[in-house]
Design a protein around this ligand. Structure first.
Ligand code: HEC
Ligand code: HEC
Length: 195
């Protein structure tokens, strides 16, 4: 991975050269899966670009203390996060949050339309609130509420499954989606990948 793929200007100003060098190396490691610019090629690996910095920090700490414990978190991220200091976690979050977001990619238009209505309106008859009420009108997220737009649909689908089955502990989200059907999940993730 080429260190020149991102500019030193993306790293915090108040770092020493040694700190910048160490952070660049860490970013390269993360980049082998997530893309050095935070836009990953494989849908197994979530995009981190333009993700909310507070959310990234919370997740890295949850991998480090092993409270985010779904199988892929254990397999891929526990080891990665184990050695990160709080200062490095904060710098990594700032770096990835500052990268341009992944663009939306089209898909099945019927599914996308169903997903859009679910995202914006929820399912009032089943007590499911609009996803937009927490994740933002364009799924841009805010603070601890993650950005979802342009994210890989298979990754989002897998997260809905592991949150619903409580393999990933996320009490607020669990309450929201506990009655979401798999068809509804497929529709909403198709919409999110498309925007
Ligand atoms: C070997 C591949 C690999 C490497 C290297 C890697 N990750 Fe990950 N990362 C993953 C996978 C897979 C997931 C999804 C885990 C899951 O499904 O729960 C993930 C999830 C994440 C998440 C949660 C994203 C979300 O939307 O909830 C963050 C944040 C993250 N990684 C940051 C990093 C950082 C920072 C580094 C470098 C220190 C890094 N990763 C290195 C594979 C990797
Ligand atoms: C009451 C607020 C709230 C509502 C409503 C809500 N979410 Fe969430 N969502 C969250 C929070 C908070 C998280 C982060 C959980 C964590 O920290 O692990 C999250 C996480 C997620 C994730 C995991 C993202 C990632 O990168 O791993 C997905 C996918 C998701 N939400 C989809 C949805 C969908 C689809 C809906 C609508 C059916 C919805 N959310 C409604 C609060 C909400």
């Amino acid at each position: 991975m080429c260190a020149g793929a991102y500019g030193a200007g993306d790293l915090p100003d108040n770092m020493t050269d040694a700190q910048r060098g160490a952070l660049s190396k860490t970013v390269e490691t993360c980049g082998t899966c997530h893309g050095v610019n935070g836009r990953s090629v494989s849908p197994t690996f979530p995009n981190l670009a333009a993700q909310q910095a507070p959310y990234i920090e919370l997740q890295l700490k949850a991998f480090k203390d092993q409270s985010r414990a779904d199988p892929d978190a254990q397999a891929y991220m526990w080891g990665m996060a184990a050695q990160l200091s709080d200062a490095t976690i904060s710098a990594l979050a700032g770096y990835f949050a500052a990268q341009p977001a992944a663009p939306g990619r089209g898909g099945n238009s019927t599914l996308i339309a169903q997903g859009k209505s679910l995202f914006e309106e929820g399912v009032p008859t089943r007590g499911i609130p609009p996803c937009a009420s927490c994740h933002g009108a364009h799924a841009e997220g805010m603070a601890a509420f993650p950005r979802l737009d342009g994210q890989h649909a298979p990754y989002l689908f897998k997260q809905l499954l592991v949150i619903q089955s409580v393999l990933r502990t996320a009490p607020v989200m669990h309450g929201v989606i506990k009655d979401l059907t798999k068809d509804q999940m497929q529709a909403v993730v198709a919409y999110l990948e498309s925007i």
